[in-house]
Design a protein around this ligand. Sequence first.
Ligand code: HEC
Length: 150
Amino acid sequence: MREALKNSKAVWMVSVFSLGLVFCGVEDNPPEAKLAPIQPNQTSELAQAMRTMDSELVDLLAQHAQTDNWIGASLSPMDLTRLMPTDSSMLVQGYKAYALAFANHVGSFNENPSAETYSKVVIGCLSCHQQACPGPIERINKRKLEPFVQ
Ligand code: HEC
């Protein structure tokens, strides 16, 4: 009982102490902020678009690859030349050409969805990534049709 009382008193004192820090502006950040930065890395428009495209490929593989029936398959067209990346170093020389070529591959796929046009889309992903952003290449390789088509 006495122990419990002592503990709750300690908790109370700690709370008052931390409130004091916040309200008096002793520190710029309240102490809790040290546990986890609130927004370590805002996702760029481009990165967000990439995640959407990547998950569309996952869905297409799941729905159409095994049966090789591509009726009704489509990808959202995206203008990659207009979406802002995290940092301008990603806009390598030739970026626009890769983005336009990629848009053409997506257009051909949407007009005529097939294993062949799908594979060209994935090649379009890889061509740009080899120049602009090699990190996701391993992941994009898993979107290839090869494991499905023997
Ligand atoms: C024209 C160039 C280009 C094309 C085409 C392209 N990417 Fe990207 N991708 C980038 C750049 C640049 C980034 C880094 C974006 C950033 O961090 O702001 C990126 C980032 C990514 C990421 C990481 C996103 C994240 O969570 O940070 C994935 C996954 C990805 N791309 C997959 C794909 C897939 C799948 C395709 C094809 C459907 C594709 N990319 C086509 C340039 C391209």
